[in-house]
Design a protein around this ligand. Structure first.
Ligand SMILES: [Zn+2]
Length: 430
């Protein structure tokens, strides 16, 4: 793959924003696909996929490209002090709340071309269509590309959306994974590390937030359904577990005299899994980290540190599953062979979407003759942050094979276009 980024081409710049009286505005599906395609050039990874880490040079180029593209068609791009790229219609009304639409532009390392970028491309298109049609709207439509949602280079996930809701903690200390300050990269994007507080939107200024995203899971594809209406972004509890046994010689310690930290930890791994798989107390449960000390072939393991995380879209179920994990650890501990301790280190509650916005999205899908179903989001999104200041709605389209955060991440063109149409219809219904 060559790495020449695309210039802003003439099809996009054909004609400035004029006002037409079309009663049935539609998105230009080919244009949405082309924007997605062109964005994939920025940070194109030679292993396939995209590595466009937040506040990296590739990320910066992508936002410049999108800002130019907006300007070319008469829209008005600005960058807020936190580095969010915000686009408005010329003469945007300030006397009514905004209908904010968008997602993020940054990717994980060696991720796919659709996660985030698709929602941004569609929001750009919908804003362009709304700017070109004289449709009366209750809210002023505004498109936004949130900065650094993934937090892969600067480990502050949801940086941009947290700034919008005024919840960025100690931004001036922000450094990348190598310890370099965010100050210069942020300035290069048009932001200012000393003024990130000014990126916060005042209460009441956002009437609704809509985010279109690929599902990143297999549910819609398996069901043969085109549109997912998200009812909640799942909550998550992350635990640190420590199992302490007795390190000893693997050859001379008889089997009945051992305190093997790893075999006890293995029982815990299966117990955590069964909290979701067999007991169905929560949606998913995962042990993703396991470190063994001393980790050599000829010693009985003396210490194991492990993580466990559980997710569900209902707070009461999450609490029940949490208690079940604690009980499993207590059971292993009280068996007496080893000591087992557990601590919940991170807790995000589930964030429901706004029922009225779910209805609007459902009605939009129905109007377009698209199959749809209500479903939770298992992954985190900027929407869950924006929920602190505005009603949120989320639209999903199917992911091929349920693959995401990988170069193979893909969706059918027809699904990508359908999602953008639903976003436009939903905006018009508001
Ligand atoms: Zn995303």
């Amino acid at each position: 793959m060559t790495s020449t980024p695309p210039a802003v081409r003439s099809p996009r710049s054909a004609g400035n924003v004029g006002v037409a009286a079309d009663p049935e505005p539609r998105v230009d599906g080919a244009r949405v696909l082309r924007t997605v395609e062109e964005l994939a050039w920025f940070g194109a990874d030679e292993r396939g996929g995209v590595s466009r880490l937040g506040f990296s040079p590739a990320d910066d180029e992508a936002r410049r490209y999108l800002a130019d593209a907006a300007r070319e068609v008469g829209l008005v791009p600005t960058v807020d002090p936190a580095g969010n790229l915000i686009v408005r219609r010329p003469g945007a009304r300030t006397d009514v709340p905004a209908l904010l639409m968008g997602s993020h532009l940054d990717s994980v390392s060696n991720g796919g071309r659709l996660d985030g970028a698709y929602g941004v491309a569609a929001a750009w298109e919908v804003l362009r269509v709304l700017a070109a049609h004289d449709t009366p709207l209750r809210y002023e439509p505004v498109a936004i590309a949130f900065a650094n949602e993934e937090g892969s280079l600067f480990p502050y996930p949801f940086w941009g959306s947290l700034a919008v809701v005024g919840q960025l903690d100690n931004p001036e200390d922000a450094t990348d994974v190598n310890g370099a300050s965010l100050r210069r990269p942020l300035r290069e994007t048009g932001g200012d590390l000393d003024r990130t507080a000014e990126a916060a939107w005042p209460p009441g200024s956002v009437g609704a937030y809509l985010e279109l995203h690929i599902e990143q899971g297999p549910v819609l594809e398996r069901a043969g359904v085109t549109i997912g209406v998200v009812d909640a972004v799942v909550g998550r509890t992350i635990f640190d577990l420590v199992v302490t046994g007795r390190q000893n010689h693997a050859g001379t310690t008889p089997m009945d005299g051992r305190a093997d930290a790893l075999t006890a930890a293995a029982r815990l791994v299966l117990a955590v899994e069964s909290v979701a798989r067999d007991r169905k107390l929560c949606a998913v449960a995962t042990v993703g980290v396991l470190t063994i000390e001393p980790g050599v072939t000829n010693a009985v393991p003396g210490l194991v540190r492990m993580s466990a995380e559980i997710r569900d879209n209902r707070a009461d179920r999450l609490a029940t599953a949490e208690a079940a994990v604690l009980a499993e650890v207590a059971r292993v501990d009280s068996a007496g062979e080893v000591d087992a301790t557990v601590r919940a280190v991170t807790r995000f509650g589930p964030v429901p979407t706004e029922p009225a916005l779910r209805d609007v999205i459902t009605a939009a899908a129905r109007e377009l003759g698209l199959s749809h179903r209500t479903m939770p989001s298992g992954a985190g999104h900027d929407a869950q942050i924006i929920a602190a200041i505005a009603p949120i709605g989320m639209i999903f389209v199917p992911s091929r094979g349920g693959v995401s955060h990988a170069p193979d991440e893909d969706s059918d063109d027809a699904h990508l276009i359908a999602g953008a149409e639903v976003l436009l219809r939903a905006a018009l219904r508001l």
